[in-house]
Write a protein that binds this ligand. Sequence first.
Ligand code: ADP
Ligand code: GLC
Length: 471
Amino acid sequence: MEILHVSAECYPVAKAGGLGDVVGALPKYLNQLGHFAKVVMPMYRTKYLYNHDWEVVHKGYSNLGNWTFEFTVIKEATNELGFDLYLVDINGLLDREKVYGYDDDSERFLAFQIAVLDWVNAWEHHPDVIHVHDHHTGLIPFMIKHSFRYRKIRSIPTVLTIHNAQYQGWMDWSKSNQIPEWDSWRWGLLDWENNINPLASAIKCADKVTTVSTSYLEELRYMSNGLEDLFEYEKGKCVGILNGIDVEVWDPNADTYLEHHYSIKTAAAGKEKSKRELCETFNLDPEKPLIVFIGRLVGEKGSELLPQVIGDSFYYVGRRMNFLILGSGFPEVEAALNAMKPLSQQDFNVFIGYNEALSHKMYAGADFLLMPSRVEPCGLNQMYSMRYGTIPMVRRIGGLKDTVIDFGETNGYGICYNHTAVGDITHAVWRAVELYQDKALMQTLRERMMNLDFSWETSVKKYLEVYQSIQ
Ligand code: ADP
Ligand code: GLC
């Protein structure tokens, strides 16, 4: 089958979170099964662009309302990622360093989607499926079916994967003329509560909808930032498929970011060396357990509770552990964490920013990884940490619930709690510190986790079933 993935992110070209990881891996594993999956994404000005060779495959003109724009589609020349990678260049809109965070994001992603469909419209053949990801590409299922200009490709089936339903790409109706001329009888397919809602539109118009874990799909029916009724109504076409992880990129025995490689057998020594190095860099005490947090410092991740959790842990559990935080997000949370630095007694540090290399070093060198998420559609961090022998401390929600079993249960290996609340999380910290004293049990849990299989193999087959069901 030929599958065209359309996404705002794709690792290693541009990544802001897990969406990038998934779109950078799923096509590769589809291709390993003999399919032909490709990715098309915006041409941001990232390092990857300048370090690779590209060939121009298409040039065109299109328009966003009254504004005419020129676009170019380029293809990475070597196919080094294991799939064909295409970038869409639109000067004035996509030529920026960051993926998101600009005032004109809705224009940027709409123009990108229009350019993609114009390009596909010019192909001599049709792909078997167009697979879109999140709201940034959510208007494609509507446009392909109801914009007159795409009549020729109307029959191509579309799949939407929801990685995060919190963000929906809301647009005011005054922007409706930016969508290439469409059948106005269908306005209801764009609308949700008097706004154009690209995510809601994609849920209505795509042939199939997938979410990145089965628990998340259930949760969306009662907690989806206003779309609860829609998920209930459309449940027949929705299916939960747990993400895999790219076990070639995320392999503690081959990770290019690590200095001390290790396998299951050598994990104790390998992790110890990584931990010592990390502790030296961040002025932490390597004799104490190292608890880390890696992620976006936003409400979904429960990040604003971190300062109090750390303070309470030091007070109630004692200064018996280290905390190291890597992330960026809400300025208040960044400031609160930075303000705690001077209070460290060689047991707290924070790195504000995005740092891929450091994240790998932390998965390897940490003893525990904290994820007190309020919402977690799948979560990749816990899977990376388990593959690196680091015990996840997770709230039972979404994909965390589907991937982590508490060590108190049969064959368990993680630390689980029910609420994103300071008390629950601090209690989990206490359990981690106590567990750390039992070296033999730590070793058993580590081996158990490292033996788990979170590879893409099973999930890829489920995606193929979805694609086949709509042919
Ligand atoms: P989300 O996509 O909601 O942010 P996931 O758990 O699916 O959450 O994926 C997060 C991905 O982003 C992981 O690969 C994680 O290592 C990475 N990541 C998050 N924040 C940072 C950061 N500040 N520096 C480096 N990597 C980060
Ligand atoms: C989203 C979710 C995260 C998921 C990722 C990849 O950003 O927040 O839970 O793992 O997408 O699907």
